[in-house]
Design a binder for this molecule. Structure first.
Ligand SMILES: Cc1ncc(COP(=O)(O)O)c(C=O)c1O
Length: 415
């Protein structure tokens, strides 16, 4: 049986508690936490009458806009290389389903990759991330894993990278990405690069395997995170401009044609508009990055001040604290796994997070995935205030969330 994704399950459980009036701090779900700006609502209003089945790949307008979006980032792209879908998740699933061989995942990695591979009966090989950043395997450990697989007669079909990363809120260095693409090229392994958080890097830009291995890299992205439009289901993928790329693209189109048919027609127009990156889109993304950075750093500091070690966030709206330094104190309370830790934080202190084991980390690693963006407010009015505030940490609902977190973590870490 296929179970409900851990991240959707915790969201639904926490929302139920909140609806019942319980005091719960929701740090469990990767939703960008901002309302839809008026200029996007206007585009959707105008697009609403579109009720046709769009082509499986998407209309030409949005495909051209997506090609321009990649080209402006330095990766020349023709619209024929682009496929749209209802979110990037089904495009990732179709890509994973279409690779020939095992799938290498960073450890930890976003919850759905391994679940999708399991549904597709594709074996997964997990390779630990580096100390500095998540989303890509440590290159030395990857080289060993690839050698071992070859020795064992296991063919590796693809390496999946998340740049920037969920769950760690960090991104790999160009050098590490280049080291990985060198291994991939030497062993003729494809790369699937999930770049859905690429626009949410706090400073600078994230690297992409497209720079060093364009011939066998599929990139997926969408608008769920940079524009906070998760429920509008806009995703797209870019395939290489060669025979292999065309083969993969056509396979994914085939899968799409038999499953989701197309991205919703009104969303084709939203995507075309947003991927053209008019000024208001750029301004909105810049403002959301500022807010994500301030709040993620503040929540990071609360965890670190209460005994956890944690990579500093550099993108998106996540942190991934590790309570290893206070393992003994936690063990004395019967907490020896990430499941125990997440469970106790929720049941004793009302703090909702997701255990690291859901991301493929060893069960005994005392790590949690903390999503930081749901503290911006429970109403759109509060969320806009958070967005526009110069000092969002001082807004009562955010300050209270930080205090609630501090009290709970202080209690569990000092017990
Ligand atoms: C790393 C990563 N990839 C993909 C997705 C799915 O995004 P979409 O809404 O485009 O399906 C998410 C959403 O949480 C994510 O965190």
């Amino acid at each position: 049986m296929v179970h409900k994704s851990a991240t959707l399950a915790i969201n639904e459980a926490l929302e139920r508690r909140l609806a019942a009036g319980e005091k719960v701090l929701h740090l469990g779900f990767g939703e960008a936490g901002l309302p839809v700006p008026d200029f996007l609502l206007d585009v959707l209003r105008r697009a609403a009458p579109a009720n046709y089945y769009a082509p499986v790949v998407g209309d030409q307008g949005p495909r051209k806009a997506a090609a321009g979006w990649f080209s402006r980032r330095g990766y020349d792209t023709d619209y024929q290389q682009i496929v749209f879908g209802p979110g990037s998740k089904p495009l990732l699933f179709a890509s994973i389903l279409s690779i020939e061989g095992a799938l290498v995942l960073p450890q930890p990695a976003w919850v759905s990759y391994a679940a999708e591979a399991e549904i597709a009966h594709i074996p997964v090989i997990r390779v630990p991330i580096t100390e500095h950043a998540g989303g890509v395997p440590d290159p030395t450990a990857l080289a060993e894993a690839v050698d071992k697989a070859e020795h064992d007669g296991v063919k590796i079909g693809a390496i999946l990278l998340t740049i920037p990363d969920n769950p760690t809120g960090t991104f790999a260095s160009q050098a590490d990405v280049d080291a990985i693409t060198a291994i991939a090229r030497a062993h003729d392994i494809a790369i699937i690069s999930d770049e859905i958080y690429a626009d949410l890097v706090y400073e600078g830009t994230a690297p992409s395997p497209l720079a060093s291995y364009p011939e066998k890299t599929i990139v997926t992205s969408g608008m769920s995170k940079n524009l906070s439009l998760g429920g509008w289901r806009i995703g797209f993928a870019r395939f290489p401009d060669n025979e292999w790329g065309e083969h993969m693209r056509d396979t994914i189109i085939g899968i799409g044609s038999e499953t989701w048919s197309c991205m919703a027609a009104p969303m084709q127009q939203v995507a075309e508009y947003a991927l053209g990156e008019p000024d208001e889109i750029k301004t909105f993304i810049a403002g959301s990055k500022r807010l994500h950075s301030k709040v993620s750093h503040a929540i990071h500091d609360v965890f670190v001040n209460n005994g956890a070690v944690c990579r500093e966030p550099t993108a998106a709206f996540y942190i991934y604290p590790d309570f290893e330094p206070i393992r003994e104190r936690l063990a004395s309370q019967g907490i020896t796994t990430s499941d125990n830790l997440a469970h106790e934080l929720l049941s004793r202190y009302g703090i909702g997070t997701l255990q690291g084991s859901a991301f493929g980390d060893a069960p005994e690693a005392l790590r949690l995935r903390v999503a930081t963006s749901l503290v911006y407010g429970r109403t759109n009015e509060q969320r806009w205030q958070s967005y526009y505030s110069d000092n969002p940490l001082e807004l009562p609902w955010i300050a209270q969330s930080l205090e609630f977190l501090q009290d709970g973590l202080a209690s569990i870490s000092r017990s």
